[in-house]
Design a protein around this ligand. Structure first.
Ligand code: PRT
Length: 107
């Protein structure tokens, strides 16, 4: 079986946009505007952080999945393609995070 990817998730979210909100949680979330998806993203991120701090591996897996799903919906609501985020991550592979942090301090 091929691994489910973020691209697959983004395609799924795309496919739900514009469907009736009564039949899809994604459509319902999108119909409530970008702030609602962003709020849910923030809540799920806090829950994932708590699970990590508590060392609750099972909860972390579940909350991390919620974070990724709500991030993809938030990007969709904001009209930002997932590819733009992946390109940004790709661009960052040119240098280490520590080198980037040091360069920022001197600008
Ligand atoms: N990955 C997810 C996913 N992760 C979390 N959630 C939903 O996110 C919601 C978050 O739960 P909460 O209890 O925090 O929120 P709530 O109280 O239900 O919602 P609010 O009233 O706060 O908006 C739950 O209803 C979850 O079902 C998701 N809903 C959908 N997906 C994916 O999207 C696909 C399409 O789903 P539909 O859009 O519903 O067809 C699904 O098959 C999944 O692959």
């Amino acid at each position: 079986m091929t691994k489910f990817s973020l691209d697959d998730l983004a395609a799924l979210v795309d496919s739900r946009a514009g469907t009736p909100p009564e039949t899809s949680y994604t459509a319902k979330l999108l119909s409530e505007g970008p702030a609602k998806a962003a709020k849910k993203l923030g809540e799920e991120a806090v829950e994932a952080a708590i699970a990590a701090v508590q060392g609750d591996r099972k909860a972390l897996v579940s909350e991390a999945a919620d974070v990724l799903y709500h991030l993809v919906v938030t990007l969709k609501a904001a009209g930002v393609p997932l590819d733009d985020v992946m390109s940004e991550l790709g661009r960052r592979t040119a240098q280490s995070g520590l080198a980037e942090k040091a360069a920022r301090r001197h600008t």
